[in-house]
Design a protein. Sequence first.
Length: 343
Amino acid sequence: MKLNFMCHYLSGNGGVETVLTDVLNYLSKDNDVTLTLTNEPENENWLRSLSNKIIIKKPMIENKVGKVAFFSREFISSSQDEIMIILGANLIKLGYKIRKIFNKKYKIVSWIHFSLNNQDMFDPNNIKYADRHWAISTAIKNELEDLGISSEEIDLIYNPVNHNTLITKNNSDTLKLAYIGRMQITGQKNLSDLLEGIRQYKGKIRVDFFGTGKDDLLIKEYIEKYNLEKKIIWHGWVKNPWDKLKELDATILTSNYEGLPMVFLESISRGIPVISSKFLGYTDVVKENINGYSYNVGNIQELLNCMVNIKNMDYNSSKIQESISQCYSENYLEKLELILKKI
């Protein structure tokens, strides 16, 4: 099979890049795989983790006109039996139009990695131009169906994660949490909830912050204003934060919306529970009182209760790992290849 994975903007640091690495490396063993990028990633290190069998293409001109011309050429020059797996809705519409105008025969698969409704980047209706759809969460599958897409055209595939070595449970009297992600006080990541929860937590607490983003300075000012320097450990962007976490109670996300967060899958695969906001689709990962606890966005008291519950949780690391069995790579990748062969 000839497979072309066409991407929206990627920084090189996120969970989508992790998923792409696993999926493309596996599929490139027996297929012709191309990765077509919209931009030059800020961090190109992740591209070096891709198999040298994978062809990587990027536009020479990164303005809107240059990108449209670049992707138009990609669609026009494609082979008749090629499958375009597209991560951006606007590219799906472009690919559909060019296929119609030039009488091409390639197939289009949508593979969207975040909520279709809680965003202002694209018109969700553009996704309907795809022939088939990969949904990474039940919530996204439901959103696709709400657009009028038949359930028979949707494959619920989740995201893949590898088996990982257990991280030791923290046995001290300090609550130890980790946040791994983009630094954003409002918007998707909604770190205002986490910061307020840390400020109000009555016991001893330490939260490791891994990542960077547009709100770095604002968050550091908040930390200084409320004297949280001893409670929040700022690491910035780190290639593999898990190497720095030797003891942990939980990872945490206080997001307004997510797709299927890789940081939770990676945490659970290490036997570490999670604290999660109740974003649309969180139940695909979070099993209450088995691998974590959840709270309603903006309800800081509920968040504080989750923190207390995690600290008192007498969990079984093996059961936590088993709670995401459908996502482990050996199950996921074989299923994905079977889905591709049916297209």
